[in-house]
Ligand binder design. Structure first.
Ligand code: EPU
Length: 365
C-alpha cells in the first residue's frame, strides 16, 4: 500500500467512476493492466466506457467533458504504452451480433465494436456462415479488428466487410462508411490513416457465405486439417486454433501483442538480390514489382528468436512476437524492438515498420 494513503481512498483513487449517466461511466486514474495485452500497468487519467451509439453521440457532442488527448482502444491487443497516459481512453463496448438479412446463398450480419472478435467468429462458424473462420482466435474486439484489417492464413477481415458505422469524435455526428470508403490495405484502413483518432467505430456489417469457398492453402492449415478429418467450417476453425495455440503465446498468460512488426514489402530487384544470398528466404509476390518478405524470418536470421533482455523477450516459436515475461516496462519492450530493427537493417538493409502502435512520448492527438 502507498504510504500514508488509507486503503479506502487508495481504491477510490485507482478506479473511481466520476460520472454515470444511464450506463456510461467515466473512470479517473485507472490502471491499464486489463486494457493492454502486454499487461503493462501504466495509468490513464480518464477512461470512458461507451456502450451504445447514443452514448457515443452524447459524449462527443459535449466535447470537453474529459481531458485531451483522446485515445480509442479495443482490447489493447495492438498497443504498447511506454508511459502513463495523460488523457482520456475511450473503450468501445457496444455489444450484440445481429442477423440483418439472409437468402439461400448468403447472410448479412452485423456486430457491435465491443464484441470479442473470436466470439463473433465462433458464432458465424456455428451458424454455418463462411468467411471469418481463418481469422479464429485472434485476440481483440470487432471494432479494432476492422480498424486494422486483421488477417491470417490467407484471409483478411476486409474480404467480408460491407460497411462500418462510426461516430465523429469532433462533433458526435454518425456516419456510415461503405467498404471502399474504408480504404482497407494490409493491416490498415482509413481509421488508422487519414481519419486516425477522428471516428469511433461502433458497428460493422459483414457479408458471409452459406456455401463458402474454403481457404486452406496457407502454411500448415491443410496439414492440420487432414488430422481433423472432413473439410468443414468447424474443422478449419479448429485447425487454425491448433496452429495458433502451438505457435503464438496466449496473451491471457504471457503479455504480448501478436506480430510486433509488419511484413515488409520490397522491390522485386531487392528480393532477387537477397534470394541470391539466402535462397531459403520466404518471399510472397504481391505485384510484378513488389514482394512481401517474412519479418519473422528476418528477425530469426539475426539470432533474436527466444532471446530475453530482463523481462522483455522474443517468442521462441515466432520471432515476430515480443513478450513481456512479467515485469518489463513499455520502454524496455520498445528498446528491444529498436535493437531488433537495427540488426535487421544492418544485415538485410530493410527497415521494419511496427505493426503495434506505440503510445508514449511521441503520441499526439
Ligand atoms: N518464420 C521463421 N522464423 C520465425 C517466424 C517465421 O523462419 O521466427 C518464417 C516461417 O517459417 C514462414 C514465414 O516466416 O516461412 C512466415 O511465417 P508465418 O507463416 O508464421 O506468418 P507471418 O508472416 O510471420 C503473418 C501475420 C500473423 C498471422 C500469420 C498467419 C503479419 C505481420 N503477421 O505472420 O498475424 O497470424 O501471418 O497468417 O502479417 C498478427 O498480426 O498479430 C499476427 C499474428
Amino acid at each position: 500500500m502507498e504510504a500514508g494513503i488509507p486503503e479506502q481512498d487508495r481504491i477510490r483513487k485507482i478506479n473511481f467512476p466520476i460520472f454515470t449517466k444511464k450506463r456510461m461511466q467515466i473512470y479517473k486514474n485507472i490502471p491499464l493492466t486489463n486494457y493492454n495485452t502486454f499487461r503493462l500497468g501504466y495509468h490513464a487519467d480518464c477512461l470512458v466506457r461507451i456502450r451504445t451509439v447514443e452514448e457515443a453521440v452524447s459524449f462527443f457532442k459535449r466535447g470537453n467533458i474529459c481531458k485531451k488527448p483522446i485515445l480509442i482502444i479495443g482490447s489493447g491487443s495492438n498497443i504498447l504504452f511506454t508511459e502513463e497516459f495523460r488523457g482520456t481512453i475511450i473503450f468501445p463496448d457496444m455489444r450484440g451480433i445481429r442477423n440483418e438479412k439472409s437468402n439461400k446463398k448468403e447472410a448479412i450480419i452485423s456486430a457491435g465494436a465491443g464484441v470479442k472478435w473470436d466470439s463473433l467468429v465462433e458464432w458465424t462458424v456455428l451458424k454455418g456462415l463462411g468467411g471469418l473462420e481463418n481469422l479464429s482466435l485472434i485476440p481483440g474486439r470487432t471494432g479494432a479488428a476492422a480498424v486494422q484489417n486483421i488477417g491470417a492464413y490467407g484471409a483478411e477481415i476486409k474480404d467480408t466487410i460491407i460497411k462500418v458505422k462510426a461516430v465523429s469524435v469532433q462533433d458526435g455526428s454518425v456516419r456510415i462508411f461503405d467498404r471502399d470508403e474504408c480504404n482497407f490495405a494490409y493491416r490498415s484502413s482509413v481509421f488508422k490513416t487519414t481519419l486516425k483518432g477522428k471516428f469511433l467505430v461502433t458497428r460493422i456489417w459483414f457479408r458471409l457465405s452459406k456455401d463458402p469457398e474454403f481457404k486452406v492453402g496457407y502454411g500448415s492449415v491443410k496439414e492440420e486439417l487432414d488430422k481433423l478429418g472432413q473439410l468443414s467450417l468447424v474443422n478449419i476453425r479448429q485447425a487454425v486454433i491448433n496452429i495458433r495455440r502451438n505457435k503464438l503465446p496466449d496473451p491471457d498468460i504471457t503479455g504480448n501483442a501478436g506480430s510486433f512488426f509488419k511484413n515488409p514489402v520490397v522491390s522485386a530487384e531487392k528480393a532477387v538480390a537477397l534470394r541470391n544470398i539466402y535462397p531459403e528466404m520466404p518471399c510472397y509476390e504481391q505485384t510484378s514489382t513488389d514482394v512481401k518478405l517474412a519479418a519473422g524470418w528476418l528477425i530469426d536470421q539475426c539470432g533474436w528468436k527466444g532471446k530475453r533482455i530482463g523481462d522483455a523477450g522474443v517468442h521462441d516459436k515466432q520471432a515476430l512476437v515480443l513478450i513481456n515475461y512479467g515485469k518489463a516496462t513499455g520502454e524496455e519492450i520498445f528498446a528491444l524492438s529498436e535493437m531488433i530493427r537495427k540488426s535487421v537493417s544492418d544485415k538485410f538493409g530493410i527497415e521494419l515498420e511496427r505493426e503495434v502502435e506505440v503510445i508514449g512520448r511521441s503520441f499526439s492527438c
